[in-house]
Design a protein around this ligand. Structure first.
Ligand SMILES: [Zn+2]
Length: 234
């Protein structure tokens, strides 16, 4: 293998590594985004319980005010009972008082049910709080790891790109131009082969080109796709 081929192969390997790392790097922001969404969902779950708790608390306060209203009503009825003149009026007031007392009992039952719901939600909130704290920690650890990974890959890429520049200085300009042109057009500029099939375009390399290639004297390109051919028998 002559030096041009070796340098070309090295450039190709560097570019493969760069492209692998870049693909990896591209995915990380989206992965971080998904993790942050997960964290938001956890907070949202907690907030939903809290909202329901607030609703129940205010419902309970409303019911307590209703009781107050009925109790005021009963006091007024008591006053009225003292001043009543007819038997009918008296009976009517007593009925109204009994109804108010019954309403109070009903509302007290409702308040009890609400309090039970509040208690059970408080327990759920406490449990959720513990789970969320733990999960949030896990998610934040994962995010930190991803950010470190991103930083790491960026550094690696920077190093590889510097290496690539240095390598290019050692190569002949026409090779580089051709290499860059094919790479831009095809994604890869080198096909490493061990038979007469181009691994870039999967077409058969003409026998004459192939036999020259096997001799390894010249740097040749695939007549179909233009990629540099490097023969590496298994
Ligand atoms: Zn080809």
């Amino acid at each position: 293998m002559d030096s041009d081929t070796q340098l070309l192969l090295k450039l190709h390997q560097l570019d493969e590594e760069i492209s692998r790392l870049e693909k990896f790097k591209e995915k990380i922001p989206e992965e971080i985004h998904i993790l942050k969404k997960e964290e938001e969902n956890l907070i949202h779950r907690f907030e939903k319980v809290q909202t329901e708790l607030n609703r129940l608390e205010s419902l309970k306060r409303e019911k307590e005010l209703d009781i107050q209203t009925f109790e005021d009503r009963i006091l007024k009825i008591q006053d009225a009972l003292d001043k009543v003149r007819t038997n009918e009026e008296y009976k009517a007031l007593l009925r109204e008082k009994a109804q108010a007392e019954e309403s109070i009992m009903e509302i007290e039952d409702e308040i009890l049910t609400i309090m039970e719901e509040i208690e059970s939600l408080e327990r759920e909130k406490e449990k959720l709080n513990q789970i969320i704290e733990k999960e949030k920690q896990t998610i934040q650890d994962k995010i930190r790891k991803k950010e470190e990974e991103l930083e790491n890959i960026s550094q690696q890429l920077e190093k590889l790109k510097k290496e690539r520049e240095k390598l290019k200085e050692r190569m002949k300009q026409p090779f580089i131009s051709k290499y860059e042109m094919i790479k831009k057009k095809r994604g890869t500029a080198v096909a490493i082969i061990d038979s007469d099939t181009c691994t870039g375009c999967f077409l058969i390399i003409p026998p004459k080109v192939y036999s020259e290639l096997v001799k390894g004297e010249k740097l040749l390109t695939c007549p179909h796709c233009g990629r540099f051919l490097i023969y590496q028998p298994k």
